[in-house]
Design a protein around this ligand. Structure first.
Ligand code: CP
Ligand code: NVA
Length: 307
């Protein structure tokens, strides 16, 4: 593993090994036994968009591991505007041991990785969100005790988070159903990659416009905002299209009785998810958010560590 840009790049056994490492690191943290596996290492964190979870979980993760993180706000670097993305990569990678970047265009991440001397981690792009996806399978494993054969139903916009969930599910043998409004599905090339991985892992796939069909028999229901960062101009239109895709108690009742409900957060309560569900007995939203820190520590150790 040279960089961490997409779950599509990882072999299933690499993903499983990373899940095991995350589990070990979380157990150590719970017994207050953080090991300084990244003593003296530094992570440069480049942000083109706002963040709570990604910024803080990476920063705290580096501290737990004995390293340090440097937050570079959207105004600071102005990726591709103040200077070329390639030059940012060339310069920043002379100062730090790893780069985490949250960008608009995924191509900018690919370019950072191409010109960087140090590993690059994708902290969300318009295309995908692999740190989130990886964390989500870690959380599902923790809650359900297994992954293979479970059914994950995603309801809402076929966006960056849905893309990483499809890749993770089909690498790990999780069945994946997605319900989106017409015209808001996953890109065709994303779906066909998922189909290729599913042919290897045995995951069953379903694409539908019917949320009830997607969540029937689901072990996990997942949703995300209807308007992602960068799509604000489409918000009004999306607010008219998406209401039938709200995750509410009526929809949750169609899934298995022990279904868990997930959301990467931030949530727009009252839109894609109701308060009743977000704060209800099926919700694992805040364990999921906490797990960003544990799961990403595994990614950091794997990429920046000595072993
Ligand atoms: N889920 C997630 O990536 O949250 P932030 O945008 O707050 O980092
Ligand atoms: N799909 C959302 C995820 C935020 C973590 C966005 O890109 O804004």
């Amino acid at each position: 593993m040279e960089h961490f840009l997409s779950l599509a790049d990882l072999a299933p056994e690499e993903l499983r090994a990373l899940l095991d490492l995350a589990l070990d690191l979380k157990r150590e943290w719970q017994s207050s036994g953080n090991r300084p596996l990244l003593q003296g290492k530094t992570l440069g964190m480049v942000f083109q968009k706002p963040s709570l979870r990604t910024r803080v979980s990476f920063e705290m993760g580096m501290i737990h591991l004995g390293g340090q993180a440097l937050y570079l706000s959207p105004n600071e670097i102005q990726l591709g505007k103040r200077e070329s993305v390639a030059d940012v990569a060339r310069v920043l990678s002379r100062y730090v041991d790893g780069i985490m970047a949250r960008v608009f265009a995924h191509d900018h991440l690919l370019e950072l990785a191409r010109y960087s001397r140090v590993p690059v981690i994708n902290g969300l792009s318009d295309y995908n969100h692999p740190c989130q996806g990886f964390t989500d399978f870690f959380t599902i494993l923790e809650k359900k005790g297994r992954l293979k054969g479970l059914k994950l139903a995603y309801v809402g916009d076929g966006n960056n988070v849905a893309t990483s969930l499809l890749f993770g599910a089909t690498k790990l043998g999780v069945d994946f159903a997605i319900a989106t409004p017409e015209g808001y599905g996953l890109p065709e090339e994303v779906w066909s990659l998922g189909e290729q991985f599913a042919a290897q892992s045995g995951s069953r796939l379903l694409r539908t416009t019917d949320p009830v069909e997607a969540v029937t028999d689901a072990d996990v229901i997942y949703t995300d905002v209807w308007t992602s960062m960068g799509q604000e101009a489409e918000m009004e239109k999306r607010l008219r299209v998406f209401p039938p895709y709200q995750v509410n108690t009526r929809l949750v009742a169609q899934a298995k009785p022990d279904v868990i409900v997930m959301h990467c957060l931030p949530a727009h309560r009252g839109q894609e998810i109701t308060d009743e569900v977000a704060d209800g007995p099926h919700s694992v939203l805040f364990d999921q958010a906490e797990n960003r820190m544990h799961a990403q520590k595994a990614i950091l150790v794997r990429l920046l560590g000595e072993a």
